[in-house]
Design a protein around this ligand. Structure first.
Ligand code: SF4
Length: 169
């Protein structure tokens, strides 16, 4: 708790400067082209909150808003891991969510991509590795292909990270 308060004081208010739309468009066009080549035009993502503060989820939601509208680049979110090409994980992995995360990963068809999103997913972030409720970072539990840094990452960072993961295949 104290660690989180210190981080809030240190970082202050973080609002993304609205990127010029052509920057988002260029990134999106690259993503659309990569998804077309490697996933026949449609990439499906299952997002799992393994123990986050919900800040990362708000940014994921923003990728679906009217400004970013990630669906127009061929990227869709699903509730079922059975249809998912990519697993997008936020937060440190809490002990309570560990098995659920493993089961979600196991339920996905091969080849499956895993993206750890946010500093907590990468190294437990402000929650800390010594926290009694934390099982570890995402890579301690399942294999990770790409990491997206930030607390939280912006929608542009998320789109860039998804693009990097798609291009890694
Ligand atoms: S990286 Fe930041 S926004 Fe994301 S879950 Fe951790 S504390 Fe919350």
């Amino acid at each position: 708790m104290l660690r989180m308060l210190k981080q809030i004081i240190r970082v202050g208010s973080l609002s993304e400067t609205l990127a010029p739309s052509d920057q988002v468009e260029q990134l999106g066009e690259k993503l659309r082209e990569s998804v077309r080549k490697r996933f026949a035009g449609s990439l499906t993502i299952r997002a799992v909150d393994a123990g986050s503060c919900n800040g990362c989820e708000l940014e994921i939601h923003a990728t679906n808003n009217a400004y970013y509208d990630i669906e127009r680049f061929g990227v869709h979110f699903t509730a079922s891991p059975r249809f998912a090409d990519m697993l997008l994980v936020t937060g440190p992995v809490s002990i309570n969510m560990r098995r659920a995360l493993e089961m979600t990963y196991e339920a996905m068809p091969e080849p499956r991509l895993v993206v750890a999103m946010g500093d907590c997913a990468i190294d437990c972030g402000v929650f800390g590795r010594d926290n009694y409720a934390i099982a570890g970072a995402v890579r301690d539990i399942i294999p990770v292909d790409v990491q997206i840094h930030g607390c939280p990452p912006t929608p542009s960072d998320i789109i860039q990270g998804i693009l990097a993961a798609v291009e890694s295949r």
